[in-house]
Design a protein around this ligand. Structure first.
Ligand code: MG
Length: 169
């Protein structure tokens, strides 16, 4: 039987992952609207990845004989000022998710839930990657400043991001 406190916290994390997925899809729509198809594609893949994260927790709760309780997802921000500020927001969002994952891990230690700790160690590593990926794009955008050719080149690079399925993740 699943630890009730951990189950409740994981259900909240599921909501956070779905909310992240929703935010990134909204960012993808913004990038589509300003004709940056590569950024739009990158955000769409990111959105799918967050959904996978939510489902990883979803499956874990079910496998442990717990009960998944889905919650409402907030309406995402829809208008953004620039590619740079959008990517900075995405990075901030990942930092928020990282803090939540760390809190969740600490809770599973306190509750002595070893299987949940194993699952969360995967997420701790994943968050290092997520923050790095978003930060790399932020740094590239800062480097090019207002250079349109640079923006075009970043967009072309981001268009090449493979989907989670292609990565085998
Ligand atoms: Mg995530």
């Amino acid at each position: 039987m699943m630890n009730e406190t951990v189950q409740k916290a994981i259900n909240e994390q599921i909501t956070l992952e779905f909310a992240a997925s929703h935010v990134y899809l909204s960012m993808s729509a913004y990038f589509e609207s300003i004709n940056l198809a590569g950024f739009a594609h990158w955000m769409r893949v990111q959105s799918e990845e967050e959904r996978e994260h939510a489902l990883k927790f979803f499956d874990f709760v079910n496998d442990r004989g717990g009960r998944v309780m889905l919650q409402a997802i907030e309406e995402p921000q829809m208008e953004f000022a620039s590619p740079l500020s959008t990517m900075e927001l995405a990075l901030k969002h990942e930092q928020k998710v990282t803090a939540s994952i760390h809190n969740l891990y600490n809770l599973t230690v306190k509750e002595n839930d070893l299987p949940a700790q194993n699952l969360l160690r995967w997420f701790i590593d994943e968050q290092v990657e997520e923050e790095k990926n978003a930060d790399d794009i932020v740094q590239n955008l800062k480097l090019i400043g207002n250079d349109g050719t640079g923006l075009y080149m970043i967009d072309r690079t981001l268009a090449g991001r493979s989907t989670a399925d292609e990565d085998g993740e």
